[in-house]
Design a protein around this ligand. Structure first.
Ligand code: NDP
Length: 446
């Protein structure tokens, strides 16, 4: 990167956030790809849009005390980073995982600005969560934690202010407990959270949306390059919400998914992973993925999750967590003939891994475009809540598919316009950025 303005902004970010490597990584990637835009747009430099966009509008950190099943008080830390509201109310998920700290929430919130902008819907960027570990907790402990979390969060959110949703560790159960607590405190029903249950304002397809959307985006990318899912071998990391529905849609589109994982290890099934079995195991029984092999002859389980990238495949869909594909894993994928990586998880590829993709002419679908189907469908849930109306599964699915198509088209054309045809990472960053930048400029110094 040579642009002095961008170099100055990046230096400031590093100085202000020295202990947040994931946030610095996310900002660096975006700023590097914005160089041709900033070179061509002195007005955006004049309005100092980039320095403003890398600084969250608001960061909220709070105590979350809750009582465990032994009657002991436990204390976790809660976060909500309201990053940017230029194009609409703050919107972004809540993550419950022991690795959560401010830097993780800030990287996710920053990415969310551009992702939400790409969806074509009016949503600003935010993210939140806690270092609470849901693993091994009883239902009652989860409920008491969620109630305590919402007892603080409720004062910062609202259907036209900030609308959280799920992420790692937050699914329909947790959203239900949080929604119930919000309603109890405020007496209000409405679209203050998305990912709600279907009996109280949730949208059809929201559960499936990130995984389906990932496959719709990837399908567009493959077709634009003369390929398709048909007959291809796919590896999917993770076995949570995103991974499960990516498995279902990739299989429907004609691919064979041969491996999936959790944070302990991975399963290889040469006959193709069984969607119904994985859904039952992970969503209903909440068991570890290694249990899969007991009912699927011919499948094998290997301890340790990074080995999944050693499996030969045509298309890799990382759907677990950040930085799960490093340089060595990317090199392994390339050496085994993998020609496309499309990201269901947020920032699953390290910068070195991304370099390997480009060096090997692999197709690369970046997270902020490829996994935007989840938040897009959350946006559709908000619309339905405002209308007091529900669309059918087919209606929401068709809208999701159209949105993913237009996201791909926006990435493709922005990349071409700025002389980087085929670089969908640059295309996503540029297209997502420009809409927010124009809105920030129009609204003056706020
Ligand atoms: P879930 O909690 O449903 O599933 C997460 C999966 O990833 C689990 O299989 C989990 O294994 C695995 N995992 C989590 N942390 C690690 C780790 N440190 N190392 C290895 N495996 C890990 O989360 P989601 O499916 O909702 O989210 C997955 C990714 O997709 C995240 O990056 C999230 O930000 C992103 N995303 C999610 C969206 C959504 O709508 N849910 C929308 C857009 C992006 P284990 O059970 O062992 O922890």
């Amino acid at each position: 990167m040579k642009n002095q303005y961008l170099l100055g902004v990046l230096e400031t970010v590093k100085r202000r956030n020295p202990a947040e490597p994931e946030f610095i990584q996310a900002v660096t990637e975006v700023l590097e790809t914005l160089e041709p835009v900033i070179d061509a747009r002195p007005d955006l430099v004049e309005a100092n849009v980039v320095e403003r966009i890398v600084e969250p509008e608001r960061q909220i950190i709070f105590r979350v005390p809750w009582v465990d099943d032994n009657g002991k008080i436990q204390v976790n830390r809660g976060f909500r980073v309201q990053f940017n509201s230029a194009i609409g109310p703050y919107k972004g998920g809540l993550r419950l995982h022991p690795s959560v700290y401010l830097g993780i929430i800030k990287f996710l919130g920053f990415e969310q600005i551009f992702k939400n902008s790409l969806t074509t819907l009016p949503m600003g960027g935010a993210k939140g969560g806690s270092d609470f570990d849901p693993k091994g907790k009883s239902d009652n402990e989860i409920m008491r934690f969620c109630q305590s979390f919402m007892t603080e969060l409720y004062r910062h959110i609202g259907h036209d202010i900030d609308v959280p949703a799920g992420d790692i560790g937050v699914g329909a159960r947790e959203i239900g407990y949080m929604y119930g607590q919000y309603k109890k405190i405020t007496g209000e029903s409405g679209g203050i959270l998305t990912g709600k249950g279907l009996t109280y304002g949730g949208s059809l397809v929201r559960t499936e949306a990130t995984g389906y959307g990932l496959c719709y985006f990837t399908d567009e990318m493959l077709r634009a390059n003369g390929k398709s899912f048909e007959g291809q071998t796919v590896v999917i990391s993770g076995s949570g919400n995103v991974a499960i529905y990516a498995l279902q849609k990739a299989t429907e589109l004609g691919a064979k998914v041969v491996a999936m994982s959790d944070s302990n290890g991975y399963v290889y099934d040469p006959n193709g992973m069984d969607f119904a079995a994985i859904k039952q195991l992970k969503e209903v029984e909440r068991k570890r993925i290694k249990e899969y092999v007991a009912t699927h002859p011919g499948s094998t389980y290997t301890e340790g999750c990074s080995g999944i990238w050693d499996i030969k495949c045509d298309i890799a869909l990382p759907c677990a967590t950040q930085n799960e594909i490093d340089k060595a894993s990317a090199e392994k994928l390339a050496a085994n003939g993998c020609y496309a990586v499309s990201e269901g998880a947020n920032m699953p590829s390290t910068p070195e891994a991304i370099e390997v993709y480009f060096a090997n002419n692999m197709l690369y679908g970046p997270a902020k475009a490829a996994n935007a189907g989840g938040v897009a469908t959350s946006g559709l849930e908000m619309s339905q809540n405002s209308m007091r109306y529900s669309w059918t599964f087919e209606e929401v699915d068709a809208k999701l598919r159209d949105i993913m198509k237009s996201i791909f088209a926006a990435c493709d054309s922005a990349a071409k316009e700025y002389g980087m045809a085929g670089n969908y990472m640059a295309g996503a960053n540029i297209a997502g950025f420009l809409k927010v930048a124009e809105a920030m400029k129009a609204q003056g110094c706020v």
